[in-house]
Each structure stands twice: as structure tokens, then as C-alpha cells.
Design a protein around this ligand. Sequence first.
Ligand SMILES: [Mn+2]
Length: 313
Amino acid sequence: MTRNECAAWLLQHDHYVILTHRRPDGDAIGSAVALCLGLRQLGKTAHVLENRETSAVVARILGDTTKAEAAADDTIISVDTASAAMLPGEALPLAARCALRIDHHGTGISYTLRELVDSGAASCGDIVYDVLMTMGVTMDRDMAKALYVAVSTDTGCFRFANTNAHAYQVAAACAATGADLYPLTQALFDTNSLGKLKLQSWMVENAHIFAHGRAAVCAIPKAVEDTVTRDDLEGIPGFLRSIEGVKISATIRELEDGAKMSVRAVPGYDATVICGPFGGGGHKGAAGASTKLGLRELEKAVIEALERYLTEN
Ligand SMILES: [Mn+2]
């Protein structure tokens, strides 16, 4: 679908329930809230389906947008969610009813009849902004806060390589409403909990840095992860990549029945090449995979994969 087709479709329907992905980030919740508020401004009924895994900082923008479950005749749409498997448990039963997916993940697996996917967009919020403007929505301060959280989250506060003119334009439009954006920036990008700093310190001590300092891998045992909160883990996958000289990094964490990896890469390197063989995907700059391997097994396999990749690149 084009943005115009998507806007026309949204104008034709009503009673929206918007789904977000597991462990939703600022882009997922921000996109959902902005879309919800925009649809309401147009006289539609719209809600964001409650997502229990929403972090406290991101939850600030929810306002009164959420509802706990969808009615049988609600129109289900999803934002920022690349595959049905990414939906949280409470949203999974709605996957088959999902009529539209708005997303910017190029490696997604289609699960809806209609989709507006633009892998060139820095955030899903960028696309939602275009659709809202196409529908004739006037941006208000609550919408601005939601879209700002979306765009700033996925660009790492306009520092990541995906930051483009459109992302700045959306941010400028948000600022132009007069919404107080600084408290969001401060909470999202200029605040560290003590737990997070201690975890980062542990990671520095326990990371494997190899391939002449170009790769960094850290496997975090559950016992270490258990000492911090879920919010402390926000942004942790990008931490090793920020070490000078590191081109590509992997952060590995234990799951109930396996381990998962989050790979981050600087421009010119491709995180999906590392995650693909493990059944995962994502963007060149950020990809992930969940496996049945144990923590140390996966760590060893990822180190080998990175060594091979960096010998060739
Ligand atoms: Mn996103």
C-alpha cells in the first residue's frame, strides 16, 4: 500500500484497535498512540491494545488510549511489528484478524492482507506521521509527544545512521506544536539507573573483544540479568557497539529454553548476516535471533560467525 491508499482505507473504516510488539519500544507505543489520537480527532473510535511489557518511561505517553481487549467487530491494525510472532501473548489471538500492518521493517513476514511497509523510514512513527497528515489530521501536543518518542527512540535521539531529513522534519513538526519535549529527551536519553550502569560495568569486565578490536561479544547469565530491572536493559544491546573501534557487537541473554542474541553494527557492516543463519532478522544496523542453544553454546557460535564475517569484510 502507498501512504495515500493507507490513509483512504483508514478513513473508510472505524473502531480501531492498534497492536504493538512484545517488549514494545518507544517507536511501537509512540506510533500506536499518535495513530490512535489522530483517528480520534477524525471522529473515529480508536484504542491501543494494552501491552503489559511497556516500560514506565514510554508508558507516560499512553494517556487514555489503551483498552484491555478488542471487541469482535473491532478493526485490528498493527504498528512497528514485523511478524505475527513478535506480537505479545494478549495480542496473538488477534493476529489472524489483523487487517493492516504499518511498519518499517524490511525483513518482515507478512501476516496481514494490507500492509504499508517502508524500510527506508527511520521509524514507524515517520510513516504514521505521513499518514496522519494525508488524512488531514492537525498535530496536537499529545500526538507530538507520542511521535517524538517514536522517532527519537528509533534514531537513538537522532544519532543513529538511519537518521534522515524526514526524521528531523517530524521532530520539527512535533516541536512546533509547543509540546514540552525536553522531559522526554531527558528521561529517554540522558538518564541512567544505577542498575544499568552496574550492568554496563559488568559487561565491560566480561566482554570478549576480538578481531583487532572490531568485534565485541558479551553473554549475560541469567543470574547477572536478575540483578537489574527490565527497564535497566533498555538500550543494552547497543552498549558494546559504542566502544571505540568496535564495528559489530553481539549481546547474548538467556531465555527460559535457550538464548537470544542482539547484534548491532556500524554502517558498512550487516547485523542480519550474523543473525540470519540463527533464524533471526532485522535491519543492517540492528538485528536479533532467538535460539534453542545454551548461553555458552550460542556465545561460541556467534564469536565464530563474527570471526568468519570480519575475516571476509
Ligand atoms: Mn521501529
